[in-house]
Design a protein around this ligand. Structure first.
Ligand code: NAP
Length: 258
Protein backbone atom coordinates (compact mmCIF):
# COMPACT_ATOMS: atom_id res chain seq x y z
CA UNK A 1 0.00 0.00 0.00
CA UNK A 2 1.31 3.44 -0.90
CA UNK A 3 0.27 6.42 1.20
CA UNK A 4 0.39 9.93 -0.29
CA UNK A 5 2.68 11.46 2.37
CA UNK A 6 3.61 15.12 2.24
CA UNK A 7 1.93 15.71 -1.13
CA UNK A 8 -1.38 15.68 0.76
CA UNK A 9 -0.60 19.29 1.71
CA UNK A 10 -0.17 20.41 -1.91
CA UNK A 11 -2.78 23.03 -2.86
CA UNK A 12 -1.65 23.58 -6.46
CA UNK A 13 -4.56 24.50 -8.71
CA UNK A 14 -6.94 25.11 -5.79
CA UNK A 15 -8.72 28.43 -5.31
CA UNK A 16 -9.30 30.03 -1.91
CA UNK A 17 -11.27 32.96 -0.57
CA UNK A 18 -9.85 34.49 2.61
CA UNK A 19 -12.01 37.10 4.32
CA UNK A 20 -10.02 39.52 6.44
CA UNK A 21 -7.16 38.61 4.10
CA UNK A 22 -5.70 42.10 3.82
CA UNK A 23 -3.78 41.90 7.11
CA UNK A 24 -3.02 40.00 10.29
CA UNK A 25 -3.90 36.32 10.57
CA UNK A 26 -5.95 36.39 7.35
CA UNK A 27 -2.99 37.60 5.31
CA UNK A 28 -0.65 35.13 7.04
CA UNK A 29 -3.00 32.23 6.22
CA UNK A 30 -3.41 33.48 2.63
CA UNK A 31 0.40 33.50 2.30
CA UNK A 32 0.48 29.97 3.74
CA UNK A 33 -2.05 28.73 1.19
CA UNK A 34 -0.23 30.56 -1.62
CA UNK A 35 3.06 28.97 -0.54
CA UNK A 36 1.34 25.58 -0.94
CA UNK A 37 0.28 26.57 -4.49
CA UNK A 38 -3.27 27.91 -4.09
CA UNK A 39 -4.63 30.90 -5.95
CA UNK A 40 -6.19 33.29 -3.45
CA UNK A 41 -8.79 36.05 -3.25
CA UNK A 42 -8.39 38.44 -0.32
CA UNK A 43 -11.59 40.04 0.92
CA UNK A 44 -11.95 43.08 3.18
CA UNK A 45 -13.61 46.52 3.10
CA UNK A 46 -10.58 48.72 2.39
CA UNK A 47 -9.93 48.19 -1.35
CA UNK A 48 -6.43 49.75 -1.36
CA UNK A 49 -5.18 47.58 1.50
CA UNK A 50 -6.60 44.44 -0.12
CA UNK A 51 -5.05 45.24 -3.52
CA UNK A 52 -1.65 45.94 -1.96
CA UNK A 53 -1.66 42.65 -0.05
CA UNK A 54 -2.75 40.69 -3.16
CA UNK A 55 0.07 42.25 -5.22
CA UNK A 56 2.59 41.17 -2.60
CA UNK A 57 1.30 37.59 -2.59
CA UNK A 58 1.40 37.34 -6.41
CA UNK A 59 4.95 38.65 -6.41
CA UNK A 60 6.20 36.51 -3.51
CA UNK A 61 4.55 33.19 -4.40
CA UNK A 62 3.90 33.31 -8.17
CA UNK A 63 0.22 32.43 -7.75
CA UNK A 64 -2.80 34.39 -8.93
CA UNK A 65 -3.81 36.62 -6.03
CA UNK A 66 -6.81 38.92 -6.32
CA UNK A 67 -8.59 41.21 -3.92
CA UNK A 68 -12.27 41.99 -3.58
CA UNK A 69 -13.71 44.79 -1.48
CA UNK A 70 -16.78 43.65 0.45
CA UNK A 71 -18.47 44.07 3.79
CA UNK A 72 -19.24 40.52 4.87
CA UNK A 73 -22.20 41.63 6.98
CA UNK A 74 -24.13 42.39 3.78
CA UNK A 75 -25.67 39.23 2.23
CA UNK A 76 -25.45 40.64 -1.32
CA UNK A 77 -21.77 41.50 -0.89
CA UNK A 78 -21.00 38.04 0.51
CA UNK A 79 -22.59 36.51 -2.58
CA UNK A 80 -20.79 38.94 -4.90
CA UNK A 81 -17.51 37.88 -3.25
CA UNK A 82 -18.13 34.23 -4.15
CA UNK A 83 -19.22 35.23 -7.68
CA UNK A 84 -16.02 37.22 -8.15
CA UNK A 85 -13.85 34.31 -7.04
CA UNK A 86 -15.70 31.91 -9.32
CA UNK A 87 -15.25 34.35 -12.23
CA UNK A 88 -11.54 34.79 -11.49
CA UNK A 89 -10.60 31.16 -10.83
CA UNK A 90 -13.45 29.08 -12.27
CA UNK A 91 -13.74 27.31 -8.90
CA UNK A 92 -13.76 27.89 -5.15
CA UNK A 93 -12.26 25.04 -3.14
CA UNK A 94 -11.52 26.79 0.15
CA UNK A 95 -13.14 29.51 2.24
CA UNK A 96 -11.33 30.91 5.27
CA UNK A 97 -13.51 33.19 7.40
CA UNK A 98 -10.94 35.39 9.12
CA UNK A 99 -12.69 38.79 9.07
CA UNK A 100 -13.47 39.72 12.64
CA UNK A 101 -13.52 42.52 15.18
CA UNK A 102 -13.25 42.91 18.95
CA UNK A 103 -14.76 45.62 21.14
CA UNK A 104 -13.55 45.28 24.74
CA UNK A 105 -14.80 46.78 27.98
CA UNK A 106 -16.80 46.22 31.15
CA UNK A 107 -20.37 45.28 30.33
CA UNK A 108 -21.76 48.42 31.94
CA UNK A 109 -19.55 50.61 29.78
CA UNK A 110 -20.41 48.92 26.46
CA UNK A 111 -23.42 49.92 24.37
CA UNK A 112 -25.99 47.64 22.75
CA UNK A 113 -24.53 48.77 19.43
CA UNK A 114 -21.08 47.52 20.48
CA UNK A 115 -22.54 44.08 21.16
CA UNK A 116 -24.56 44.02 17.94
CA UNK A 117 -21.61 45.16 15.83
CA UNK A 118 -19.32 42.37 17.09
CA UNK A 119 -22.02 39.74 16.63
CA UNK A 120 -22.83 41.11 13.19
CA UNK A 121 -19.27 40.83 11.84
CA UNK A 122 -18.04 37.75 13.71
CA UNK A 123 -21.19 35.62 13.65
CA UNK A 124 -23.59 36.87 10.96
CA UNK A 125 -20.76 37.73 8.55
CA UNK A 126 -19.17 34.29 8.96
CA UNK A 127 -22.57 32.64 8.49
CA UNK A 128 -23.31 34.69 5.36
CA UNK A 129 -19.98 33.76 3.76
CA UNK A 130 -20.52 30.06 4.57
CA UNK A 131 -23.99 30.34 3.10
CA UNK A 132 -22.78 32.07 -0.06
CA UNK A 133 -20.10 29.49 -0.86
CA UNK A 134 -22.14 26.36 -0.07
CA UNK A 135 -24.02 25.98 -3.40
CA UNK A 136 -20.75 26.06 -5.36
CA UNK A 137 -19.07 23.54 -3.09
CA UNK A 138 -22.12 21.25 -3.15
CA UNK A 139 -22.11 21.40 -6.96
CA UNK A 140 -18.38 20.64 -7.03
CA UNK A 141 -18.82 17.72 -4.64
CA UNK A 142 -16.10 18.94 -2.27
CA UNK A 143 -14.89 21.93 -0.30
CA UNK A 144 -13.11 23.17 2.79
CA UNK A 145 -14.50 25.85 5.08
CA UNK A 146 -12.27 27.13 7.88
CA UNK A 147 -13.73 29.48 10.47
CA UNK A 148 -11.64 31.59 12.80
CA UNK A 149 -12.98 31.03 16.29
CA UNK A 150 -10.65 31.78 19.24
CA UNK A 151 -9.46 30.47 22.58
CA UNK A 152 -12.15 32.91 23.73
CA UNK A 153 -14.75 30.68 22.08
CA UNK A 154 -13.63 27.91 24.44
CA UNK A 155 -12.81 29.71 27.70
CA UNK A 156 -14.03 32.97 29.22
CA UNK A 157 -12.24 36.27 29.85
CA UNK A 158 -13.59 39.37 31.55
CA UNK A 159 -14.24 42.60 29.66
CA UNK A 160 -14.81 40.59 26.48
CA UNK A 161 -18.53 39.73 26.59
CA UNK A 162 -19.32 40.62 22.94
CA UNK A 163 -16.24 38.85 21.58
CA UNK A 164 -16.51 35.68 23.71
CA UNK A 165 -20.23 35.44 22.87
CA UNK A 166 -19.45 35.75 19.18
CA UNK A 167 -16.63 33.21 19.18
CA UNK A 168 -18.67 30.71 21.20
CA UNK A 169 -21.28 31.05 18.46
CA UNK A 170 -18.64 30.45 15.77
CA UNK A 171 -17.61 27.25 17.57
CA UNK A 172 -21.18 25.96 17.54
CA UNK A 173 -21.81 27.15 13.98
CA UNK A 174 -18.74 25.18 12.90
CA UNK A 175 -19.95 22.01 14.58
CA UNK A 176 -23.49 22.29 13.21
CA UNK A 177 -22.42 23.18 9.68
CA UNK A 178 -19.72 20.52 9.82
CA UNK A 179 -22.41 17.90 10.41
CA UNK A 180 -24.72 19.42 7.79
CA UNK A 181 -22.17 19.57 4.99
CA UNK A 182 -20.16 16.40 5.70
CA UNK A 183 -22.49 14.32 3.46
CA UNK A 184 -21.56 16.68 0.61
CA UNK A 185 -17.85 16.05 1.14
CA UNK A 186 -17.41 19.60 2.46
CA UNK A 187 -15.20 19.78 5.55
CA UNK A 188 -16.10 22.58 7.97
CA UNK A 189 -13.64 23.15 10.81
CA UNK A 190 -12.31 26.00 12.91
CA UNK A 191 -8.98 27.29 14.11
CA UNK A 192 -8.93 28.65 17.66
CA UNK A 193 -5.92 30.97 17.80
CA UNK A 194 -4.42 32.19 21.04
CA UNK A 195 -2.84 35.67 21.19
CA UNK A 196 -1.16 36.92 18.01
CA UNK A 197 0.13 40.47 17.85
CA UNK A 198 -2.07 41.88 15.08
CA UNK A 199 -3.92 45.21 14.77
CA UNK A 200 -6.73 43.73 16.85
CA UNK A 201 -4.42 43.41 19.87
CA UNK A 202 -2.52 46.67 19.64
CA UNK A 203 -4.74 48.24 22.33
CA UNK A 204 -3.49 45.71 24.91
CA UNK A 205 0.00 44.96 23.58
CA UNK A 206 1.83 47.83 25.20
CA UNK A 207 0.06 47.90 28.53
CA UNK A 208 1.80 46.34 31.57
CA UNK A 209 -1.39 44.40 32.27
CA UNK A 210 -1.47 43.11 28.67
CA UNK A 211 2.16 41.98 28.72
CA UNK A 212 1.71 40.20 32.06
CA UNK A 213 -1.46 38.57 30.84
CA UNK A 214 0.10 37.03 27.71
CA UNK A 215 3.02 35.63 29.71
CA UNK A 216 0.64 34.15 32.29
CA UNK A 217 -2.10 32.89 29.98
CA UNK A 218 0.07 30.90 27.57
CA UNK A 219 2.31 27.97 28.50
CA UNK A 220 4.91 29.34 26.09
CA UNK A 221 4.77 32.75 27.77
CA UNK A 222 4.63 34.73 24.54
CA UNK A 223 2.60 35.99 21.60
CA UNK A 224 2.25 33.69 18.60
CA UNK A 225 4.31 34.51 15.52
CA UNK A 226 2.22 34.99 12.36
CA UNK A 227 3.95 32.05 10.64
CA UNK A 228 2.70 29.81 13.45
CA UNK A 229 -0.91 30.01 12.20
CA UNK A 230 -0.02 28.94 8.66
CA UNK A 231 0.39 25.19 9.17
CA UNK A 232 -3.07 24.83 10.69
CA UNK A 233 -4.65 26.69 7.76
CA UNK A 234 -2.75 24.67 5.13
CA UNK A 235 -3.65 21.43 6.90
CA UNK A 236 -7.39 22.15 7.17
CA UNK A 237 -7.49 23.40 3.56
CA UNK A 238 -5.76 20.30 2.20
CA UNK A 239 -6.46 16.66 1.39
CA UNK A 240 -4.77 15.81 4.67
CA UNK A 241 -7.92 17.01 6.47
CA UNK A 242 -10.63 15.07 4.62
CA UNK A 243 -11.59 13.23 7.85
CA UNK A 244 -11.91 16.45 9.92
CA UNK A 245 -15.48 17.52 10.69
CA UNK A 246 -16.49 20.25 13.14
CA UNK A 247 -13.08 20.26 14.82
CA UNK A 248 -11.59 23.07 16.88
CA UNK A 249 -7.87 23.21 16.14
CA UNK A 250 -6.23 25.25 18.92
CA UNK A 251 -3.07 27.16 18.06
CA UNK A 252 -2.77 28.97 21.34
CA UNK A 253 0.62 28.42 22.98
CA UNK A 254 -1.07 26.16 25.52
CA UNK A 255 -3.69 28.64 26.78
CA UNK A 256 -6.55 26.11 26.77
CA UNK A 257 -4.43 23.07 27.75
CA UNK A 258 -4.78 24.00 31.42
N1 NAP B 1 -5.11 38.20 16.69
C1 NAP B 1 -5.45 37.34 17.62
O1 NAP B 1 -4.79 37.22 18.65
C2 NAP B 1 -6.66 36.46 17.43
C3 NAP B 1 -6.89 35.47 18.39
C4 NAP B 1 -7.99 34.64 18.24
C5 NAP B 1 -8.83 34.78 17.16
N2 NAP B 1 -8.59 35.77 16.24
C6 NAP B 1 -9.50 35.88 15.11
O2 NAP B 1 -8.78 35.78 13.91
C7 NAP B 1 -9.40 36.59 12.90
C8 NAP B 1 -8.37 37.55 12.34
O3 NAP B 1 -7.90 38.39 13.37
P1 NAP B 1 -6.69 39.42 13.14
O4 NAP B 1 -5.99 39.52 14.43
O5 NAP B 1 -5.97 39.05 11.90
O6 NAP B 1 -7.53 40.77 12.92
P2 NAP B 1 -7.11 42.13 12.20
O7 NAP B 1 -5.64 42.21 11.99
O8 NAP B 1 -7.79 43.21 12.97
O9 NAP B 1 -7.81 41.99 10.75
C9 NAP B 1 -9.18 41.95 10.62
C10 NAP B 1 -9.51 41.83 9.15
O10 NAP B 1 -10.94 41.74 9.00
C11 NAP B 1 -11.38 42.68 8.01
N3 NAP B 1 -12.75 43.04 8.33
C12 NAP B 1 -13.24 43.56 9.49
N4 NAP B 1 -14.55 43.78 9.40
C13 NAP B 1 -14.93 43.38 8.15
C14 NAP B 1 -16.16 43.36 7.45
N5 NAP B 1 -17.30 43.80 8.01
N6 NAP B 1 -16.17 42.90 6.18
C15 NAP B 1 -15.04 42.46 5.60
N7 NAP B 1 -13.84 42.45 6.20
C16 NAP B 1 -13.78 42.91 7.47
C17 NAP B 1 -10.36 43.83 8.12
O11 NAP B 1 -10.25 44.62 6.95
P3 NAP B 1 -11.12 45.96 6.71
O12 NAP B 1 -11.09 46.72 8.02
O13 NAP B 1 -10.46 46.66 5.58
O14 NAP B 1 -12.49 45.49 6.37
C18 NAP B 1 -9.07 43.02 8.30
O15 NAP B 1 -8.62 42.54 7.05
C19 NAP B 1 -10.57 37.28 13.59
O16 NAP B 1 -11.74 36.55 13.36
C20 NAP B 1 -10.19 37.22 15.06
O17 NAP B 1 -11.31 37.29 15.90
C21 NAP B 1 -7.52 36.61 16.35
Amino acid sequence: MTLPGIKQFDLSGKAAIITGGSQGLGLAMAAGLASAGANVMLVNRNADEGAKAADELSRDFGVTARSFAADITDPAQAEAMVGAAQAAFGRVDILINSAGINIRGPIDELTPDDFKRVMDVNVTGTWLCCRAVTPLMKAAGSGKIINLASTLGLVGLGNRTPYTSSKGAVVQMTRALGLELAPFNINVNAICPGPFLTAMNIPIADTEEGKKFIVGATALGRWGHLREIQGAAIFLASDAATYMVGSMLTVDGGWTAR
